[in-house]
Ligand binder design. Sequence first.
Ligand code: XIL
Length: 347
Amino acid sequence: MTLLSAALTSLLAASAVQAGPISRRAAAGLNAAAQAAGLEFFGSATDNPELTDSSYMTILNNSDQFGQITPGNSMKWDTIEPSRGTFSFTKGDAIADLADQNNQKLRCHNLVWYNQLPSWVSSGGFDNATLVEILQNHITKEVTHYKGRCYHWDVVNEALEDGGGYRDNVFYKTIGEAYIPIAFAAAAAADPDAKLYYNDYSIEWSSTKHQDAVNIVKLVQSYGVKIDGVGMQAHFTVGQTVTQDAMESAIQDFADLGVEVAITELDIRTTTPATYDALTQQSTDYQTVVNACLAKSACIGITIWDYTDKYSWVPKTFSGYGAALPWDDNLQTKAAYDGILSALGSA
Ligand code: XIL
């Protein structure tokens, strides 16, 4: 052994001893780091068209990065039951099969939502009893089809208006607020093992809408019906992300009712083209969210709304915005990725 290599060997041995958490951080992907930090998973949404992109799939399939996947569209009402009584599970099955192959958990999304709802439901002019039957039938068929495969179900999605108060959708107009416990009861009956979630955005800090989401949990519970969790979508904007304290106390409000919380659709958008400063701030903002989740035992996992800017919904939805995810358009990691990993690693 030369003097130089002996010196190098002892240097490496010394740094291995001192740098335990640092070497774990360097080796781990997001899910491995999240699990080491005590979360159940770090996951990503995905969608059928992307499944043919082999470079994309290499990263998605890596369960060290993602321990959970959510179908971005393929389990929604318009895909599953496009006309009354006609069910089409092919696209949803593809995502469920992928989760199985990769040994990833599946967050099934979603059963009842005013959006991506076929017009035969929204404009059908059904009376209360008929719409209850349609709602129960849809939920029973879909949840039964995926029975045993959905770790979570987003049972009701976005039942609240932006400023709070019930969204005046066809279910609320026809059935009243009882459509929510009715939906949870049907899901619980069809798959007693799935964890049942209410999922919404702008409930990540104290606000009228947050309080109304708290009341939805209480409503379902008051019917003696099972609700296991609340999904905080967490679609944020760089520099306007919730503070860690506010998010922790919002999580605690749900924990106080005995339900868990998951961050279900995290992305943090910025105006495009994104500047270096914006991407640096974005990394800080991602860390804020991760730190809030880690600080609260009720917060059990984090899902980003797809992992790459290449397939983000943001540019299509918020004009002038994009670059919201930890991987860029070329599937390269950004500062946000390092930020998330370091927040998870320093837990
Ligand atoms: C989005 C999908 O990502 C898009 O592809 C689709 O065009 C519209 O819906 N809140 C939700 C998700 O609960 O279902 C939405 O997903 C994003 C906002």
